[in-house]
Design a protein around this ligand. Structure first.
Ligand code: NAD
Length: 491
């Protein structure tokens, strides 16, 4: 059993009350690691360390270029450790090693991108409408950032917060998910080698209560960057009623994939498979509502069923595995209950809807394809966070767009067609933060990421993310040779 520690103020330590919780390997159901459950005292210590690092010591006096150099070194060390970090993430979350290792390597590119942006954050000189005044703005760090991440892509979702936050000169307290705390505690070991001043990056683990609640409501926290579910987001926003910290929310989705008759058939099938069965469907951008035009509907369903049944399910660390388990037993229970209820409502279970034979120890669930007559079916309405694809038939383009937009979410959308005018028309009409055309699930440090509606607010990645972690300061300078006039002397 591996025993991890918190990372606070540049040191590894236990929780103040010595409390630990256990993490389970979803592929085997066996307990494999323990992590400290941070208390309110630990949270307070981490936030105060971040606050000290923000205003005292070396960090606030570093030039932006020097901050960039530290981020660049972090990128190099993450790249060197990518294989190991990915393996730990797989053991803790059940996500495919092929994906976690590649993603950890790509995470290095996020830090590298923000290393390059650090000394390109600049303000403006304003053509002010008054004489003898020189007015300019600077982009200032917001302050202490609380970064809260879920379990499904911890290394990645940490980079999308920590990269821009540090580039802009903030300090951070990161809270890992209680479901899979190990990857970020391994990441802390990498961070420790970089040479950041103590307190610039702090890493704590624990549950929503007390750890998440006391972090997001802490009076010295200036900004909350949250990724997770909608209900938790509501709690987080309520918590920030105490400190009035601005919040960025990256939440869930019920993203549509629209497949038109004229689409490249294999490409569209690949998009639907990637959007639903990649990461066992545990992806915020899962394209879990697939709208298929009538002319190819039957052929499309037959092919996605064939592809679902060909997926090699098993040990996520093994090279030939294509789909691992779900991260928790609760996640599998949710798949089972939503699919059962959807079937009772009239959905056709074309394939899946059950556990795979012979994989009794972990939390495995077969890739499932549901034929849904309409969007009254439960599986078309709720985020399942599992390998469950709901397929719906449409005839006309505007019918597909209306159905796609008939959701409270708005994170991603896929459009598969070879009609260029339709690409632009439908991209404009869909209400979502990201639209992928003839591709799906692509991300980049350069491209902003975020949602509409219940999928959240604010943007991660790209230059946009810098704006989330900076605030504007306006400087007014009297350039006249005369001193400021007496305000009570009218001229
Ligand atoms: P979750 O909301 O249960 O937990 C997320 C984090 O919030 C965890 O670290 C948890 O401990 C913490 N938390 C819980 N209660 C809290 C509180 N009161 N105050 C502060 N923090 C608290 O989410 P999950 O089940 O871990 O992850 C799955 C969800 O995340 C899905 O809805 C998924 O769509 C979403 N997600 C979104 C994105 C995105 O970028 N849009 C990416 C990945 C996952």
């Amino acid at each position: 059993m591996i025993e991890y520690q918190l990372y606070v103020d540049g040191e590894f330590c236990e929780a103040s009350d010595g409390n630990r919780f256990t993490s389970t390997n979803p592929a085997t159901g066996e307990k494999w690691a323990t992590a400290p459950g941070a208390t309110e005292v630990d949270v307070d210590r981490a936030v105060r360390a971040a606050r000290r690092a923000l205003i005292e010591g070396d960090w606030p006096t570093l030039t932006a270029t020097e901050r960039g150099r530290l981020l660049s070194r972090l990128a190099d060390l993450v790249a060197e450790s990518a294989h190991h970090l990915g393996s730990v993430e797989t053991t803790d979350s059940g996500k495919l090693a092929a994906e976690t290792r590649a993603q950890s390597a790509y995470v290095a590119d996020y830090y590298r991108y923000y290393a390059g942006l650090a000394d390109k954050i600049q303000g403006d000189t304003l053509p002010i409408d008054k004489p003898d005044l020189h007015v300019y703005t600077t982009r200032e760090p917001v302050g202490v950032v609380a970064a809260i991440v879920p379990w499904n892509a911890e290394m990645f979702l940490t980079a999308t917060k920590v990269g821009p936050a540090l580039a802009a000169g903030n300090t951070v307290v990161i809270k890992a998910s209680e479901v899979a705390p190990a990857p970020l505690l391994e990441f802390a070991r990498v961070v420790d080698k970089v040479g950041f001043p103590p307190g610039v990056i702090n890493l704590i683990t624990g549950f929503g209560e007390p750890c998440g609640r006391s972090l997001t409501s802490h009076p010295l926290v200036d900004k909350v960057a949250f990724t997770g579910g909608v209900d938790t987001a509501r709690n987080v926003v309520a918590n920030t009623a105490h400190n009035l910290a601005p919040v960025t929310l990256e939440l869930g989705g019920k993203s549509p994939i629209l497949v038109f008759d004229d689409a490249d058939f294999d490409g569209a099938v690949n998009g639907a498979v990637a959007g639903n069965f990649g990461a066992s469907g545990q992806s915020c951008v899962a394209g879990s509502r697939v709208f298929v035009q009538s002319g190819i509907y039957d052929k499309f369903v037959a092919e996605v069923v064939h592809r679902a049944e060909s997926i090699c399910i098993g040990d996520p660390l093994a090279d030939d595995t294509q789909m691992g388990p779900l991260a928790t037993q609760a996640q599998r229970d949710r798949c089972e209950s939503v699919v059962a209820e959807s079937a009772a409502q009239g959905a056709i279970v074309h394939t899946g809807g059950c556990r795979p034979i012979g994989l009794d120890n972990g939390w495995y669930y077969r890739p499932t394809v549901l034929g849904c007559p309409d969007q009254k079916i439960l599986s078309t309405q709720v985020e399942i966070f599992g390998p469950v694809m709901s397929v719906l038939r449409f005839d006309a383009e505007d019918e597909a767009v209306n159905m796609a937009n008939d959701t409270e979410f708005g994170l991603g959308a896929g459009i598969f067609t070879n009609d260029v005018a339709r690409v632009h028309r439908v991209s404009k009409a869909i209400r979502s933060g990201i639209v992928w055309v003839n591709t799906y699930r692509a991300v980049s440090p350069i491209a902003p990421f975020g949602g509409f509606g219940l999928s959240g607010s604010g943007r991660e990645a790209g230059v946009d993310a810098i704006h989330e972690f900076t605030t504007t300061k306006t400087i007014w300078i009297n350039t006249s040779a005369e001193p400021m006039v007496n305000p009570f002397t009218m001229r």
